[in-house]
Design a protein around this ligand. Structure first.
Ligand SMILES: [Zn+2]
Length: 346
């Protein structure tokens, strides 16, 4: 493959979402007199008596056991639930369907003050094992068409509670990005006989944007990144969901997530906020064996104190503008390896 040029003032095709991304790297350093952000770099205590996720604490409904290791429970205020009314009906334009399903919370660790970067190898693997276990249980439910596992990290993406945790939404809804990726991958396979996810992985592997790699996964700032510090974790073989991962692949995925999160924190020596989403095949009974399983990280910051605001083009128009060069952002994350900065300071 020829050497890749740097991003110019150009549009790039996002092959998984089948949409164009506008790159305007010449605008990244434009004068900014808008709002800036200060990271809240306070170390939370190991146990917070007011935290609904800490062991032994009372929640809205029920109480957490004195758990050790990774722990899950059903969200006390779920967005999909067994009690949602039966409303399916309407006409072609104004249609309704019910919100049956469930929502779960997965605590990574009993220690309120830790984040994913603090997990041991075994603890990180145990989190992925628990995701796979919950995925299997939820996928088997007839009302569940898709299992979305995601983590909102940091106040900038709306997380009020620092306790290390993620959420699982599972109901009769295939989330939009996943539905588009499923269709794109199926069409690509029908046309070429190749797996779309593996083609993207091979191109990224041959390019300059890989920031970390192990036996089963690599992490990169993809060529078509929508956010400045966006990172994808891509598997080295075609897998469609957590259910397809072997025990050693689950362990390797845990280590790769920890590696990405550590590099994020090291970048500016502050806790990096992000939305992490595991994209996996729908569980609606269709054949999704071509689905490109991967993990996406979307950090909202483009500088330590400056948000990437979604505004006119993104919210109003529905397409993303990226003011940065993915090659440059990958180089910054490549240079942010090594132990977590807080461990270095100790
Ligand atoms: Zn807590």
């Amino acid at each position: 493959m020829p050497a890749e040029p740097r991003v110019a003032w150009e549009q790039r095709w996002h092959p998984l979402r089948e949409e164009w991304i506008l790159f305007t790297p010449h605008r990244g350093g434009r004068p900014w007199i808008g709002e800036t952000h200060k990271p809240a770099d306070v170390d939370p205590p190991s146990h917070d008596p007011t935290c609904a996720l800490c062991p032994g604490n009372r929640r809205l409904r029920g109480e957490n056991p004195p758990y050790s290791g990774a722990y899950w429970f059903t969200n006390d205020l779920p967005c999909f639930g067994p009690d949602a009314p039966s409303v399916s009906g309407g006409d072609e334009l104004y249609r309704t369907r019910d919100a049956r399903g469930t929502a779960e919370v997965v605590c990574y660790h009993p220690d309120h003050g830790k984040t994913f970067v603090d997990l041991t190898d075994a603890e990180a693997a145990a989190v992925v094992d628990l995701w796979a276990e919950r995925h299997a249980a939820l996928a088997a439910r007839p009302e569940v068409d898709h299992v979305l596992v995601f983590e909102n990290k940091g106040a900038l993406v709306g997380t009020s509670n620092p306790h290390p945790h993620c959420q699982i939404y599972a109901g009769g809804l295939i989330y939009g990005h996943v539905e588009r990726e499923a269709a794109a991958a199926r069409r690509h396979f029908d046309r070429t006989g190749e797996y779309l996810g593996q083609e993207v992985r091979a191109r990224e592997e041959a390019g300059p944007r890989v920031i970390a790699a192990n036996d089963h996964f690599l992490a990169c700032v993809p060529w078509f990144a929508r956010y400045a510090y966006e990172v994808f974790i891509l598997p080295r073989r075609q897998v469609a969901s957590l259910a397809d991962l072997s025990p050693s692949e689950r362990g390797a995925l845990g280590l790769m997530i920890r590696e990405v999160a550590t590099r994020y924190d090291n970048l500016w020596r502050m806790p990096m906020p992000y939305v992490m989403a595991i994209h996996q095949a729908p569980t609606d009974g269709e054949d999704h064996s071509t689905f490109p399983f991967h993990v996406e990280f979307h950090p909202p910051l483009r500088k330590p104190d400056t948000m990437k605001y979604l505004a006119g083009p993104e919210i109003g128009g529905g397409s993303m503008t990226n003011e940065s060069d993915p090659n440059e952002k990958a180089a910054e994350l490549q240079a942010a390896g090594g132990p977590h900065y807080k461990r270095m300071a100790r």
